[in-house]
Design a protein around this ligand. Structure first.
Ligand code: NAG
Ligand code: NAG
Ligand code: NAG
Ligand code: NAG
Ligand code: NAG
Ligand code: NAG
Length: 731
């Protein structure tokens, strides 16, 4: 009100004197000059006064107000618990934000677990959902998975029946070995067990991205990887006593099968030796070759490839000229030789090895003593190797000391009844308001990136125009929610799922039903991204053939995103994640020869600058890593922070009403950086030396020290770690 009054009188005074000026045009120069000087002075003081008033209005009258809702309170509690505010932010922002991360745990792991709890709540309230006929099977499956008393009561007998189907076992007497190829076919097609190699359907990573059968290394117990391991002998002893325990649990006499257990150990360590180092690269599907089944047969003759694959992937029809993607031909060759030379001489030992492996694959469906035996093995081996047992959850690897039964059952129900649970999960966790807020955030980030391209110094005009086109044409799926709105009833009937009589039989029926559904999905017109992104997952993904980016509903949750959060939090956390995904579309440009038209020298200079910036930062104790391996990720991290910040500033100009977290003593822009760091919080000692991403400390300090705005908003003195003398601006 006050500001408006002052402004009004100022205008009036100027208008009043205007005609006066014309009347006195003939008066002498001195008087005129004085008058003009006075007038200027008056005008100047009025403007000054107005500015001061406006300043007061903006920064006090409607400065950022604290968000006091319960979602903000929870976020505040998390920030207070995970950070250490006595650390100076300019020296060690990682400790400032993540200093107590050992107490709170990584937010990604916490969110992965929270998403499982969400699915659990869905599964434990079956009455609250409108289900299509057949969908109750998901709930029934979960209940029988949780009914441990029924599973214990059945004991080992359901599994002994499986052994009979596989031709029996010498320790039970009546042993009529099946043909090896027949056994392998049964294991792969009926029990989902792949003892010597894995075979699965997946689109190729190169155009035209057709789904093909891929042949990959098996998932062996990682524990026998290194012979040079200091406690190798002890590890072997533990493994042996685990196998003996399995024999006892299955009702055999461990003293009679000591040799079987040793032999299984031998097979495991042989196969481990054949595994190529750098499996990581392979896991990302970078290295593979296309060979026909016929060629494969010649390279690895011990296996009847056509009949094994045909049984596993029916109703696809395969022929000797069908081409499969093989990830490591050398492994298959050595594996085949091992089978022919050694393993076939001891068919009974081989059978034992197969049964031991099958126990592990089917352990969620067995009596808890089987799982307890394996858990205890993992724990002991973890102690001996110093590598705690890790679990893969939602695409990330985590240390998980306990894995409660409900979690196992949730994971299995998710896998077997994915279409139903995906729909329910999205309905439950991804309201239309969340969807539209996430869409708006993404659009702002994307638009900012498009305009930001003009400031990228090494890009030539044509590359820039192409990049702009690609970003403009990019489609995004949040949730993905249209999936939930238009469920496909055909996929959800689960006609082929037989429940009972034992839980193991239920489980096996689900294994087969799922495999059939995956194959059916691939025989439909191509729609791979739908199947690759699980709504409870945390990994955003980009489908190259469809040019579609998908952000799963599970990721767009607290503490990374909530429509009720201060905007600074959403831009700093989810916004930077989105920007990073967008930047990864252009990774190719940064590789040697990736952009011949660009200013290669400027690009190389910026890359080298970034590498040096990271190399100059102290890395956490006891971690060794290779800066050149992490460079692409580092570039995306640093670029993502810059783009998200730019987008946030744009938002600040357009909209008023910023909120902050109460009692945190951070301005909106400071809060932006704080929430950016929160995404990265993780115990640095769990860093895998093979990881293509930098340790969490550097993922925080690298991008922040490359950001001039960080220095400004935290008033970092010159010479502070996060205020280096020069910066890089790659993106
Ligand atoms: C917080 O940081 C200070 C200074 O580095 C340190 O002395 C203190 O032990 C830390 N507090 C916690 C709870 O880690
Ligand atoms: C967290 O715990 C690990 C051991 O599990 C330890 O090496 C590390 O120093 C701890 N980190 C912090 C920040 O206390
Ligand atoms: C567990 O299974 C048994 C046998 O099928 C059944 O009688 C019992 O009611 C089930 N318990 C629960 C909690 O569902
Ligand atoms: C499996 O079948 C293939 C092809 O018929 C055959 O060459 C191979 O010897 C069989 N493997 C074994 C171990 O019997
Ligand atoms: C780091 O990785 C790069 C590329 O992967 C490799 O060329 C280089 O030799 C590695 N450096 C070290 C010290 O391991
Ligand atoms: C680890 C191992 O034994 N690899 C062998 C696989 O087979 C090739 C020959 O085909 C040998 O040269 C490797 O030593």
């Amino acid at each position: 009100m006050w500001t408006e009054q002052a402004s009004g009188s100022g205008t009036r005074r100027r208008r009043e004197r205007s005609p006066e000026e014309e009347l006195h045009t003939t008066q002498d120069g001195w008087w005129q000059m004085t008058l003009r000087a006075l007038r200027t002075l008056l005008l100047f003081s009025i403007i000054l006064g107005l500015s001061l008033l406006l300043w007061g209005y903006v920064f006090q009258g409607c400065g950022p107000s604290p968000c006091k809702t319960s979602v903000c309170q929870d976020l505040l509690d998390l920030y207070l618990a995970s950070g250490n505010t006595s650390v100076a932010p300019c020296t060690d922002f990682f400790s400032f934000a993540c200093g107590n991360i050992n107490r709170t745990g990584s937010p990604f792991q916490a969110l992965a677990e929270e998403n499982k709890r969400r699915v659990r709540r869905i599964l434990e309230t079956p009455g609250s959902w409108r289900l299509a006929p057949g969908e109750e099977k998901a709930f029934e499956f979960y209940n029988s998975c949780m009914n441990m008393s029924a599973i214990e009561a059945a004991g080992a007998s359901p599994f002994r029946q499986v052994i009979e189907e596989l031709g029996g076992w010498s320790i039970f007497g009546n042993w009529t070995p099946l043909d090896f190829n027949q056994t392998l076919s049964l294991l792969m097609s009926q029990y989902g067990h792949f003892p010597f190699f894995r075979a699965y359907l997946k689109p190729l990573p190169t155009p035209p991205y057709l789904p093909v059968i891929q042949i990959d290394q098996p998932e062996l117990d990682v524990l026998l990887k290194q012979k040079q391991e200091p406690n190798y002998a002890q590890i072997l002893r533990e493994y042996l006593s685990y196998l003996n325990r399995l024999v006892t649990l299955l009702g055999g006499d461990p003293t009679k099968v000591g040799n079987d257990a040793s032999y299984s150990l031998f097979i495991n360590s042989q196969l481990n030796q054949f595994l190529r180092p750098g499996e990581q690269q392979q896991a990302q599907g970078k290295v593979f070759e296309m060979v026909t089944i016929d060629q494969l047969q010649r390279v690895a003759p011990a296996i009847d490839w056509l009949s094994c694959l045909q049984a596993t992937f029916a109703p696809m029809s395969l022929s000797p000229s069908y081409r499969v993607a093989v990830h490591d031909l050398e492994y298959l060759k050595n594996m085949s030789q091992l089978i022919e030379k050694d393993l076939m001489k001891h068919r009974d030992f081989l059978q034992s090895h197969i049964i031991f492996g099958l126990v592990k694959t089917l352990s969620p469906a067995l009596d808890s003593q089987f799982q307890e035996a394996h858990r205890s093995l993992s724990q002991k081996v973890g102690e001996l190797t110093g590598r705690p047992p890790m679990v893969r959850t939602a695409g990330e690897e985590f240390f998980q000391p306990v894995h409660p039964r409900w979690m196992t059952c949730v994971e299995k129900t998710e896998a077997f009844f994915e279409p139903t649970l995906a729909t329910l999960f999205i309905k439950e966790t991804f309201k239309p308001s969340t969807h539209s807020a996430a869409m708006e955030l993404f659009t702002t980030i994307k638009d900012t990136f498009i305009s930001h391209l003009h400031t990228v110094p090494w890009m030539d005009r044509e590359t820039r125009a192409e990049a702009q086109d690609r970003l403009t044409q990019l489609q995004v799926k949040m949730g993905p929610s249209e999936w939930a709105l238009k469920p496909d009833p055909a996929r959800q009937e689960y006609d082929d799922v037989q429940l009972g009589p034992s839980f193991l039989q239920t489980f096996l029926s689900c294994v087969r039903s799922r495999q059939a559904r995956v194959i059916q999905g691939f025989l439909q017109p191509f729609s791979s991204h739908r199947w690759q992104v699980l709504p409870w997952g945390l990994k955003a993904s980009y489908s190259i053939p469809d040019h579609v980016m998908v952000f799963p509903a599970g990721l767009l949750q607290p503490p990374f995103f909530h429509p009720g959060y201060p905007r600074a939090v959403n831009f700093g956390a989810a916004g930077s994640i989105m920007a990073r995904e967008l930047l990864h579309i252009f990774d190719q440009l940064l590789l040697p020869g990736g952009c011949p038209a660009c200013d290669t020298r400027a690009l190389q200079k910026a890359l080298l600058c970034l590498e040096r910036l990271y190399a100059a930062l102290p890395s956490p104790k006891g971690t060794s890593f290779n800066v050149s391996r992490t460079l692409l990720e580092d570039a995306a991290d640093a670029g993502a922070l810059a783009i998200a910040l730019k987008a946030y500033k744009k938002r600040l100009v357009l909209f008023r009403g910023e909120t902050i977290l109460p009692n945190l003593d951070l301005s909106p822009r400071q809060l932006f950086f704080r929430s950016y760091a929160q995404v990265m919080c993780r115990d640095p000692s769990t860093q895998d030396p093979q990881d293509i991403r930098s340790p969490p400390t550097l993922r925080v300090h690298g991008p922040l020290s490359d950001s001039p705005a960080f220095t400004t908003h935290f008033r970092c003195p010159q010479g502070a770690l996060l205020n280096p003398p020069s910066r890089c601006q790659l993106w």
